[in-house]
Design a protein around this ligand. Structure first.
Ligand SMILES: C[S@@+](CC[C@H](N)C(=O)[O-])C[C@H]1O[C@@H](n2cnc3c(N)ncnc32)[C@H](O)[C@@H]1O
Length: 205
């Protein structure tokens, strides 16, 4: 299923429903497209991280900081995934994801809220953070994830090693008696004004 085309078509509807004009459309899209050469390598690493995460997950999956929900939908489309829940603090993103559910799969569910505050009433086999933690201190996010994790579940972090994120995840793992199941480097790219390694860490109990 070419669901990025569905994304585009639906995003276009959101734009025109809100009164966007042709002129504004060209302006907005051009401003994104001209940034592509500078962001191509970063996108490539993010895409690889996403592919690896999709391969790795099964059961009930939580996508913390799901953004546009592309990863959430890709995971939900896997047979091995019972359901994938995306959480994001931006309401317009969650509303957009919900518009796409009946077009892509209802195995994807979306929740608007702050991951650190939201009450999660169920446990998950996999909790993933893709390109979400680099702007934050990861500890409270990882603590919250541990609370919502099934006994044999896994936390998966895919990101750039900005602000020492990779070592912070390793330290959290050691301090909480967890096991690093996987710790790999996935390319290098310019992002946030410098060159950073992309990495994927999978943690279990
Ligand atoms: C850089 S984007 C990445 C989105 C997506 N994971 C991806 O790979 O494209 C980070 C997302 O995390 C969300 N986010 C950050 N802190 C959050 C929190 N405490 N609770 C829920 N969402 C959060 C932001 O709103 C944003 O959509």
């Amino acid at each position: 299923m070419d669901f990025l085309k569905l994304y585009y078509d639906e995003a276009l509807k959101v734009f025109y429903e809100a009164g966007g004009s042709k002129e504004e459309f060209y302006w907005l899209i051009s401003s994104m497209l001209v940034r592509y050469p500078a962001h191509r390598d970063e996108l490539e690493v993010r895409r690889k991280l996403m592919d690896l995460i999709v391969q790795e997950v099964d059961g009930k999956v939580l996508d913390a900081g799901c953004g546009l929900g592309i990863l959430t939908f890709r995971m939900a489309l896997k047979d091995e995934v019972e359901k994938a829940m995306g959480i994001d603090k931006f309401d317009e993103l969650i509303k957009f994801c919900n518009r796409l559910r009946d077009k892509i799969t209802e195995k994807a569910e979306f929740l608007h809220g702050d991951f650190l505050e939201v009450e999660l009433r169920e446990k998950f086999n996999c909790i993933v953070f893709l390109y979400t933690l680099h702007d934050y201190e990861p500890k409270p996010f990882l603590e919250k994830a541990l609370e919502a994790l099934e006994e044999d579940g896994r936390i998966i972090v895919g990101d750039f090693d900005i602000n020492g994120l990779r070592e912070k995840v390793r330290v959290f793992t050691r301090e909480n008696g967890l096991e690093i199941v996987k710790d790999i480097t996935v390319g290098k790219a310019k992002t946030h004004g410098d060159l950073y390694e992309g990495f994927l860490i999978t943690v279990g109990r």
